[in-house]
Design a protein. Structure first.
Length: 580
């Protein structure tokens, strides 16, 4: 025991051990003491301790803003191991946020999974996501993570973490939810994708405001004679418990079900408890139940939430189909940027403003395109843009009027340093080249595209524009321009500022792509002066918040739009328009 470790106070308990609040050298810390049963068996005692010590040494070197730091670990052959980590304010169960929290978690997981060898957390859940005073999320309990060895099959203990968050591949057929430790000694094979599954279930919990409750709790069908007999035995054992409070209630004891199949009538006594969900007596043991079937009630509670697809992506039945943590980080960052872009669109008045930048080398006709579009004129000689020029025009999309704010950027190298600060905030960019000048496509467009990759938002909409079509002897064919755009994965169009060819269509296409990319169908809600009611059933009384306030809160650290206790009795009901 450390002499400088003072004043242990129990603050929580989990499947692996108890957590205490303490002080180490006067600094608040969290102390987790593992349950003795994990180290009880003599024949595996030394081996398990050696493995545990080796893994702790690896975990102690982890340093990431979204992973709780392991400060010390104590291994004694006479008492259970002790882990000492930094102490954080509270867990996600107390203060629910949405994308900002999940982005932090995804970044923390990506860091763990990038280690060589990779580290799998194995018990990712809302209780293990802690928040600092600045409301930054950190993954806790990494001291119980598993280091995956390269070149070896990673067979591990089944259901190492909290079952409600556990991926189906972590379950073994002999697992029994009524016992703290899985029965049998069979191991199961899994990898880092079990953490992705758990993150998806945690996101589901954040969306619904309640602890998910999969039915059945085990992701395999049951119901053969063997399973039926085992269930009868289990229930009988519960019914004869010496302590009265441990026995099932009268209403839970026996259910009689008459089952008729074909022409044969069979009468079966069917025993069940609330935590059990049985299927037909005639289905085979061991068939995996799709997660979307097991969790259909929780899925229904998510409604049409815009993060619903990410949940589905994470909880796919096959681990090979789930995304990696790096991919999830990009998805959450993209969702965060969408909200920020929508907030920008509604800033400054009653009209929604869509901002588009026009990039290209000097002399490709950017300013002429803007003049033709905004003022319906063409000038043979247009002065080169020095710095930036701005044009506003009205555009109608899906029966709603938007203000299209167009930024004309300078093509000269001396002014290009001004461009990044403006393209950081735009929703769309038109990259212009001159069909009569080959270098404007082969050299100019790659330069502009690199500028976009470095500074523009990840979800920016792009279009490649071949200008001066039909105005002179062209050296770039339409097919060459289309192939170039196809390689970049963006739209292509040819225009002529002189004749007006496709100029309006060009801006209409980029505006429509912005509308679809950011899903601006709900933009009216951001202007709404109405109040939407959030009602927490069986918990807090109804309270009111503006819709825009709720949206922006989800992405601002330190503000908590939902404060519902996550238990099976409480759930969140949104009345009115709902998004994030």
């Amino acid at each position: 025991m450390l002499p400088n470790l003072k004043h242990k106070k129990l603050i929580g308990s989990g499947s692996f051990g108890n957590v205490y609040r303490a002080k180490l050298d006067g600094k608040p810390v969290a102390v987790k003491i593992l349950h003795e049963r994990f180290f009880r068996e003599p024949h595996s005692h030394n081996k398990y301790f050696s493995q545990f010590e080796a893994e702790c040494k690896i975990l102690q070197n982890l340093q990431h803003k979204n992973v709780v730091t392991l400060l010390e670990f104590i291994i004694s052959h006479t008492s259970p191991p002790m882990l000492i980590t930094e102490l954080l304010d509270c867990d996600l169960r107390e203060h629910i946020q949405t994308v900002s929290i999940m982005l932090d978690v995804a970044e923390g997981l990506a860091y763990l999974h990038r280690q060589n060898p990779p580290i799998v957390h194995r018990d990712l859940a809302s209780k293990n996501i802690l928040l600092t005073k600045e409301k930054q999320a950190k993954i806790a309990d990494v001291g119980l993570a598993k280091v995956l060895l390269k070149g070896e099959q990673n067979y591990c203990s089944p259901v190492p973490g909290t079952p409600v968050y556990a991926a189906p591949e972590t379950f073994h057929l002999d697992y029994d939810p009524n016992f703290p430790i899985p029965r049998g000694r069979s191991l199961v094979e899994y990898d880092t994708k079990i953490d992705i599954f758990s993150l998806g279930i945690t996101l589901m919990e954040v969306i619904t405001g309640r602890l998910p409750s999969p039915q059945p709790c085990i992701p395999f069908t049951s119901g053969t004679y063997r399973t039926f007999v085992n269930n009868v035995i289990n229930l009988t054992q519960l019914c004869i418990m010496l302590k009265k409070t441990n026995r099932p209630k009268k209403s839970e004891r026996l259910w009689g079900i008459i089952i008729f199949e074909k022409s044969i009538s069979q009468i079966c006594l069917f025993f069940a408890l609330p935590s059990y969900t049985f299927f037909s007596l005639y289905c085979a043991d061991g068939q995996q139940i799709p997660e979307r079937e097991r969790r259909k009630h929780d899925i229904e509670m998510m409604g049409e939430h815009k993060l619903k697809d990410i949940v589905f992506y994470c909880i796919k039945d096959s681990h090979k189909m789930r995304p990696c943590a790096e991919r999830l980080t990009k998805l959450f960052r993209c969702e965060s940027e969408k909200i920020q872009q929508k907030e920008r669109i509604v800033e400054g008045g009653e009209t929604a403003n869509i901002e588009v930048a026009v990039l290209g080398e000097s002399g490709v006709g950017k300013s002429s395109l803007l003049l033709r579009y905004s003022d319906q004129i063409f000038m043979e000689k247009v002065p080169s843009t020095c710095g930036l020029d701005f044009k506003n025009s009205k555009i109608r999309l899906h029966d709603r009027e938007f203000t299209l704010k167009i930024v004309d950027t300078a093509g000269q190298e001396v002014f290009q340093a001004m461009t990044p600060q403006f393209i950081r905030k735009v929703q769309g960019i038109a990259i212009v080249y001159d069909v009569t000048e080959e270098s404007s496509l082969t050299e100019g467009v790659p330069r502009m595209y690199q500028l976009i990759k470095d500074y523009a938002p990840d979800n920016v909409s792009l279009i490649l524009v071949g200008n001066k079509a039909g105005e002179g002897e062209r050296v770039i064919t339409r097919e060459e321009g289309e192939n170039f755009a196809k390689k970049l994965g963006i739209s292509h169009i040819e225009t002529s500022a002189k004749t007006g060819l496709n100029v309006e269509e060009m801006f209409s296409i980029i505006a429509s792509e912005i509308y679809d990319n950011l899903d601006l169908s709900d933009i009216d809600m951001y202007f709404s002066d109405g109040r939407d009611v959030i009602k927490v059933r069986n918990d807090d009384p109804p309270r009111e918040r503006g819709f825009l306030e709720k949206i922006s809160d989800c992405f601002k650290p330190g503000i908590f739009p939902m404060k519902a206790k996550l238990n099976q009795a409480a759930s969140i009901q949104f009345l009115g328009h709902v998004s994030y």
